[in-house]
Design a protein around this ligand. Structure first.
Ligand code: DAK
Length: 258
């Protein structure tokens, strides 16, 4: 798969997608997000791929939506084209797990893109922020909603109203990132984590992902009910039989994604 603004590489059952507009610190523009959406379409349809890792460069995961692209937009133009909606949120609808491996700046749309992934592994040089107010707009790719759900109202409000950047340690403490690793081993660590998930049963991983995501969108009672039904559904799979047989027989499971 060849694209102008991203690189896609398959390593076993893990696909590594690298944002590649280094001169603009990976600022997200429409062509790049179209590339990303097409890549996700293809990787989701690819039976050989179980997990996706999304990364940027050591200096920037992404320094925001492209301010130069946005600058001339009018309200009517942005509204009529439904700016941001098409392609920009494709990562959030991917049914396979997506891990964000974030080094350097993850600002504005960059932070929002990382938050659309299932979890974030951060390099120790990562910086997260929502500086949109400082450039005359507000977060528009889900930042006010996802950041608030992840770190709570107080920290989200402070970050969004002041534009203050937080480092990887603070981001981990706040629950925005799952784990912090040395910048030099970021991609390796993310790929290792992805490979661990890729060995599991794909349908069961997707069911678990669906259940966790429901926690952010439903009441506790509805979420637990959905979880219970999905849990019941796992007993209809061959992989449940295999996983539990392997445990009893003291051998590693051989999941078949069935
Ligand atoms: N857009 C376009 N170009 C960018 C960019 C960005 N977000 N960030 C960096 N660049 C470009 C710079 O312009 C520069 O290009 P040249 O001028 O050399 O051509 C190049 O990348 C290197 O940047 P710097 O020279 O500034 O590098 P430094 O190391 O000095 O500084 C920095 C790095 C990340 C601190 C700085 O570049 C910076 O502050 N960047 C902007 C960060 C930012 O404000 N990001 C948030 C963008 S706003 C909405 C939809 C979307 C959004 C809002 C609403 N609606 C639908 C309503 C989202 C908005 C955003 O994400």
């Amino acid at each position: 798969m060849t694209f102008e603004n991203i690189n896609v590489e398959k390593r076993g059952a893990v696909a590594l997608v690298t944002l590649n507009r280094p001169k603009a610190l990976n600022a997200l523009n429409t062509p790049m997000m179209q590339d990303l959406a097409k890549a996700v379409d293809a990787l989701e349809a690819d039976d050989g791929v179980n997990v996706i890792v999304l990364t940027g460069s050591e200096k920037a995961f992404a320094a925001g939506a492209d301010i130069k692209e946005m600058r001339p937009k009018s309200f009517v133009g942005a509204y009529l084209e439904d700016f941001i909606t098409r392609d920009w949120e494709r990562i959030a609808t991917c049914r396979k797990p997506v891990i964000a491996a974030v080094a350097g700046y993850a600002l504005g749309g960059g932070c929002e893109l990382a938050m659309m992934c299932d979890f974030i592994i951060a390099a120790d040089n990562a910086k997260f922020g929502q500086p949109e107010l400082t450039v005359g707009t507000i977060p528009g790719i889900g930042g006010t909603q996802r950041l608030t759900r992840l770190v709570g109202k107080s920290k989200a409000m402070e970050m969004i109203l002041t534009g203050r950047q937080i480092d990887a340690v603070e981001a981990e403490r706040a629950g925005l990132v799952a784990r912090v690793v040395p910048a030099a081993s970021l991609v390796e660590e993310a790929m290792k984590t992805a490979a661990q998930i890729a060995k599991l049963s794909r349908p069961l991983v997707s069911l678990a992902k669906e259940a966790v995501n429901a926690a952010l969108e439903t009441t506790l009672t509805q979420g637990v009910r959905l979880e219970r039904r999905l849990f019941h559904a796992t007993f209809a799979t061959e992989d449940q039989k295999e996983g539990m047989a392997a445990f009893s027989e003291k051998r590693p499971p051989a999941f078949k994604n069935r």
